[in-house]
Structures are given as C-alpha cells and as structure tokens.
Design a protein around this ligand. Structure first.
Ligand SMILES: Cc1cc2nc3c(=O)[nH]c(=O)nc-3n(C[C@H](O)[C@H](O)[C@H](O)COP(=O)(O)OP(=O)(O)OC[C@H]3O[C@@H](n4cnc5c(N)ncnc54)[C@H](O)[C@@H]3O)c2cc1C
Length: 403
C-alpha cells in the first residue's frame, strides 16, 4: 500500500495542471498522479490538430461563460478567480509563450502540442509529483478520513483525492458508488449528415455568415458554414451541436434545419431580386453570384429554385423569384445522423454540477474528494474553452487542497 497526501487520478489536462500547482503551492505535500495509459496527456497531444488550442483570448468572465452550454452559470465564479489571462501568464512564467490567432484561439508559439506536454512533464519533475503510469483506478472507498484506491495491480491511500479522468464511463460508475449522480453522457461538437445536392455537390465551399435554425426548437446559431461531401460543418453547425447536444440526441440526430444564407428577410430579398431583374435583365441568373455568396453555392440555390441554367433574369416568373428568395433565406435541409468533428470533440454529461462546490471544486457529497475537467458536466464549444475549464478547475482544486 502506497500513501500520498493527495492523489490525482487521471494524467490528462486537468490532472497534470492540478498536481503541478498543488505541489508548487504546498511543497510539503506528497502528490501522485495515477494514469491508466503508458503515457499521459494523450488528448493534449492530438488537440487542435496537433497544435493544442490552449485557451481563447476572451478576458471578460461573463462573456467567457457564454461559450459553455453546460457550466455557464457555475463557471462564472471560478473564472473570476482563474481564467484565460491567468492561463497565459502561467505558461509564460514557465517558458511557454502563447499566440493569438485572428479568431481568438490561442496556441503555443511553437504550433506544437508537444511544447505543452514537455512543459507539464518537466514541471512535474521539478516540483516532485510522482507519476504512476499503467495504473487504472478500479475501486475507490473511503474509511475514517482516508481514501483507499485499488488499481488493477496496486493499492494506494490518500487523504485528499482529485478525480480528473475526463469522459470515462468506468470512473463515472465508481463515482456513483461514492454517492454521486452522473448526468448520462451524450456527444457534443459534431457535424450534421445531410444528403442534398445543394451542398454535397460543392464540398469545401464556405458561406461566411449564415443563420441556422433547428426547426421545432429555439436553437439558433450564426457564423461560417462549410459544405462537405456528407453534410455541413464549421462554427454555425458546431455551436448548434453543442447547445443542442441533449435535444438532438433525443431526436436520434434526425431533424430539419432552416438556413438563412444572406441574413435578410424573405420580403427584403424579394425586393432586391426585383431590382436585379431590372438591372441584369439580359444576364443568365446562375452566372453571377449576388449577396456575396460563393459562386458555386449561388448556382446550387438558383437551380434548387427551379431556374434552369439557360434562364435570364428577364425570363423569371413571380413564382421563380419567390422560390429563389426562399432558397436564400429559408432553405430547409433534412439532417440524418452526425459525424465526428476531427479537430475536437467532447462529451456532454458527467458529475451533476449541483453536487460540486464551485469555489473549491470539492464534492458536496464526499469530503476531501475533488473533481475537475471533463469528468464534471461541463463542456464548451470549440475554440480552446474546453481546456480552459480543465485549467480553471485544476487550479482551484489545487489551491483548496493545498490548505
Ligand atoms: C481530438 C480532440 C481534440 C481536442 N482539441 C481541443 C483543443 O484544441 N482545445 C480545447 O480546449 N479542447 C480540445 N479538446 C477537448 C479537450 O481535449 C478535453 O476537454 C480535455 O482534454 C479534458 O481534460 P481532462 O483532464 O478532463 O480529461 P483528459 O484530458 O481526457 O484526461 C483524462 C485522463 O484520465 C485518464 N483516465 C481515465 N480513466 C482512468 C482511470 N480509471 N484510472 C486512471 N486514469 C484514468 C485518461 O487516460 C486520461 O489521461 C479536444 C478533444 C479531442 C478528442
């Protein structure tokens, strides 16, 4: 039986960040990480396409929380104590400079997630965190203020325990044995499968600023939209997949969406088309893209409105004009299934937020048990926000455990 003052289960983003900060804040404590794989930080390694989108350049807590479909209310307090600016400073002090991209995402200057991993490994060594690889937690009990942890081949004791196992169904089951409620996991951050010539025939085309609405719901989003061979992707869709994660799972990922490609009303659009009809009378309708739409998308919407390639603006009937306005502002698509967004995917669900004290990330059910990262029912849209949840929870849990 090995004893440590604090054991962190899970050598991922939240686990390493917490263990390092804890050992720094209170060097007297013995701190260990138990990681089930032969290496830790595997998600950090593949994150952000191998570049690790560490955080996001959003420095107002009330703005930052709006990127969390689950956790918006609960993370406001924690972000006032540790957020993006602190993350940047933390890495900077340890020799890792982060850079901001145009859309606000922040990456290490090296553009390599290995920089983050090297930083965590060298810092852990420096502050004396012991790391046990190939140690998968299989049982946890608490007796007389002491936790007993069983892995497949060892036993450990500790006074304080941080569970940072990410989206691990097995660990959620163990936490249930300690009395915690687990909100059932469902995927978040996915793309929509759609079979429709309007988009499948123009893979790679991006409409920069569209509005998407999931019909029969109050789920809306706006932003760029990417056509793919199998459907739709990019921020306008990913945001909906995150904010609608539960509802879309309930609908078994079969639902209708309506897209406003030009963010104008139907009536305004009809008026504009009437003007074009006069100005462009002798021109072929499909040839010249209007409303700043990509050429290939414009052509698909024109064809879908029942306007042939040889028709000129002057030839258009009232019905064709109305159809085109519909296609531009209220185009409906049937979604049938989802695909994984390779850059980043997360799981909604986890330990019920009502059971966590967000000043310390300590469990309200079991004293001296702490929970941080994706193991709790927090997840965010893409852009560096998921790691920020791991850093914030890891830091505040470390601070509380150091006392
Ligand atoms: C492909 C991909 C790319 C991503 N890119 C980004 C990005 O660029 N920016 C961003 O903000 N977010 C990104 N994310 C999300 C981000 O990786 C997670 O939100 C984050 O890693 C969560 O941190 P965590 O410490 O809670 O969990 P994890 O990083 O998943 O770590 C959990 C650790 O616990 C270990 N573990 C699990 N069960 C046990 C057990 N029973 N015993 C011992 N150890 C156990 C696991 O092996 C793992 O090492 C990405 C996700 C994916 C899948």
């Amino acid at each position: 039986m090995k004893y440590f003052d604090v054991i962190v289960v899970g050598g991922g983003a939240a686990g390493f960040f917490a263990a390092i900060n804890l050992a720094e804040l209170n060097p007297k404590l013995s701190v260990a990480i138990l990681e089930k794989n032969k290496e830790g930080l595997q998600k950090v390694k593949i994150s952000g396409g191998g570049r690790c989108n560490v955080t996001h350049a959003e420095f107002i807590p009330s703005e930052l929380v709006t990127h969390y479909p689950r956790g918006e209310k609960e993370l406001l307090g924690p972000f006032h104590s540790f957020m993006t600016g602190d993350t940047i400073e933390w890495f900077e002090k340890r020799g890792v400079t982060l850079k901001i991209e145009e859309d606000g995402r922040m990456f290490p200057e090296s553009d390599s997630s290995q920089t983050i991993i090297d930083c965590f490994l060298s810092q852990s060594k420096k502050v004396g965190v012991e790391i046990f690889y190939k140690q998968s937690l299989v049982k946890v009990e608490k007796e007389q203020d002491l936790f007993t942890l069983a892995t497949q081949d060892s036993h450990f004791n500790c006074e304080k325990l941080l569970v940072a196992t990410g989206s691990s169904v097995k660990t959620w089951k163990l936490l249930e044995t300690l009395g915690h409620t687990i909100i059932p996991p469902v995927p978040s951050l996915f793309t929509f499968n759609i079979k429709d010539a309007r988009i499948n025939s123009i893979p790679g085309v991006v409409a920069n600023n569209v509005e998407v609405h999931i019909l029969d719901s109050n789920l809306f989003s706006e932003g760029p939209l990417l056509a793919t061979h199998w459907g739709l992707s990019a921020p306008a869709v990913l945001k909906l997949s995150a904010f609608g994660a539960l509802e879309l799972a309930n609908r078994d990922y079969k639902f209708k969406i309506e897209i406003n490609f030009i963010r104008q009303s139907l009536e305004e659009t009809i008026d504009h088309l009437k003007e074009f009809k006069l100005q462009l009378a002798k021109k072929l309708v499909h040839k010249q893209s209007l409303f700043d739409l990509p050429k290939r998308l414009w052509k698909q919407l024109v064809l879908a409105a029942g306007i042939n390639e040889d028709e000129k603006w002057a030839d258009l009937t009232k019905v064709q004009m109305e159809n085109l306005s519909e296609q531009l502002t209220r185009a409906q698509f049937q979604v049938d299934g989802k695909s994984t967004f390779k850059e980043e995917f997360v799981t909604a669900g986890g330990v019920d937020l009502k059971e966590i004290n967000f000043k310390t990330f300590e469990s309200k059910i079991v004293e001296n048990l702490y929970l941080a990262g994706e193991v709790i029912n927090v997840d965010a849209i893409t852009g560096g926000f998921n790691f920020q949840n791991a850093w914030t929870g890891g830091f505040l849990a470390a601070k509380a455990m150091s006392q």
